[in-house]
Write a protein that binds this ligand. Structure first.
Ligand SMILES: [Zn+2]
Length: 139
């Protein structure tokens, strides 16, 4: 899926138009909350915006990869192979420069259901929320 058009329903499932939800964040605006950043990352996965995924991954966290070019290739292949069919945000909070979002992401690879839940953690650095790490949840 390409980047959503401005008036299309946002792929993150917020019920808002993309221009009033994830699109400005994909275009470089700081996400106002950890939830907004998490939603924009789901939309980035759904639309293959790998540069957004890379720049919003905490460079001090376990998911940041030093070889950015190889990482981008890996993400591009993943985004192309997987269909992102929906997102449910179940809880979101922030406390100073740390944040947490619990979500369930729906995705499919061919006939396989790869959906998963995650309790993810975020950190704010220089006014921008970044994805730090996450823990997979059951069901
Ligand atoms: Zn959105």
């Amino acid at each position: 899926m390409p980047r959503p058009s401005a008036n299309a329903p946002c792929p993150c499932g917020s019920g808002r138009k993309a221009k009033g939800c994830c699109l400005p964040v994909l275009e470089g605006a700081p996400a106002a909350t950890p939830e907004a950043l998490m939603r924009s990352r789901y939309t980035a996965y759904a639309s293959g915006e790998v540069s957004h995924l890379i720049r919003t991954t905490d460079p001090t966290g376990p998911h940041h990869q030093p070889d950015v070019r190889a990482w981008a290739e890996e993400l591009r292949a993943y985004c192309a192979a997987v269909r992102f069919t929906g997102l449910e945000v179940r809880a979101a909070s922030e406390d100073g420069d740390t944040g947490a979002v619990t979500f369930f992401a729906h995705l499919r690879h061919g006939d396989r259901d790869l959906s998963f839940g995650e309790a993810s953690r975020f950190r704010r650095a220089e006014g921008r929320w970044l994805y730090l790490d996450g823990e997979r949840l059951e069901g």
